[in-house]
Design a binder for this molecule. Structure first.
Ligand code: APR
Length: 251
């Protein structure tokens, strides 16, 4: 860690000097909560076919998809808890330092940690919506007892997260771009930066002049293109050291 102390100190002072500090998060921030990422050697897509979260395949095979969806996104996610990385971001929001989070994650861990201003770019596992009448209900254990979950109208319920082949919710897309355009410091945490159009958000921030800090043990699409300061660390370790550096230089 001590060979990154100077990088932590530089990042801490950039965050403190910032007028509008935001975060953009990916699956990597939840890995230390026990939720596997999508890519990489242990990634979900190396174990499951992404077709199960492809909208046309889901409409044609809801039962088969739900068997996999329940396993991947509900058994584990419903029991996962925020890790220290989520908790630092929640403390930074409550002290007015962090203005917003744009997350690609659907695991609700930013909300559970206490962040209010969270733009869920890919939706959420928190609720289900009916393919027929569009009604929405909470994704509780009881609702998930019978798969595929059915609506009172008889329609099949789908998780409220964005499947491949679906549009990004317009309100989330708009809000995320607005945050990117006003950010002067953006912390990009735990993402390969490979998925469009989510990966445009840090790009918009960078093009609007924001200083981009990345936390990721592995370099990704952003690292050698838009990142101004790269911390090759795991999310919890980096965020706890950043918080310590910011608190020490408080004043
Ligand atoms: N701390 C920080 N980053 C980590 C950690 C950790 N402890 N462990 C892994 N990572 C990094 C990996 O190095 C990788 O860069 O997290 C990243 C995870 O990348 P992906 O699995 O591609 O996740 P993400 O970038 O969020 O994927 C974007 O793809 O399948 C879609 O909708 C899905 O939202 C997801 C989108």
């Amino acid at each position: 860690m001590n060979n990154y102390a100077h990088l932590i100190a530089d990042a801490a002072s950039k965050i403190k000097q910032g007028k509008y500090f935001t975060a953009f998060t990916g699956a990597g921030i939840s890995v230390e909560s026990g939720i596997p990422s999508f890519r990489g050697k242990e990634g979900l897509w190396s174990r499951y076919d992404p077709k199960f979260v492809e909208i046309d395949y889901f409409r044609a095979h809801p039962g088969e998809c739900w068997t996999v969806l329940a396993k991947i996104f509900y058994e584990q996610v419903l029991s996962a808890r925020p890790n220290p990385a989520h908790e630092v971001l929640a403390r930074w929001e409550s002290r007015g330092l962090l203005k917003a989070i744009v997350t690609q994650n659907i695991d609700n861990l930013h909300y559970i940690a206490g962040n209010q201003k969270v733009i869920e770019y890919h939706g959420t596992t928190r609720t289900l919506e009916c393919l027929l009448c569009k009604s929405i209900k909470l994704a509780t254990q009881s609702v998930l007892r019978e798969l595929p979950p059915k609506c009172q109208c008889g329609g099949i319920m789908k998780p409220s997260f964005v499947f491949f082949g679906e549009e990004i919710p317009a309100d989330a897309a708009h809000a995320a771009v607005q945050e990117a355009l006003v950010s002067d410091v953006m912390l990009v945490i735990g993402t390969t930066g490979t998925v469009m159009p989510a990966n445009m958000i840090p790009l918009y921030a960078s093009r609007s002049g924001a200083f981009i800090i990345e936390i990721n043990p592995e370099p990704g699409e952003f690292t050698h293109s838009i990142v101004d300061l790269y911390l090759p660390l795991k999310a919890s370790e980096a965020l706890l050291h950043l918080e310590q550096a910011i608190n020490q230089s408080a004043g």
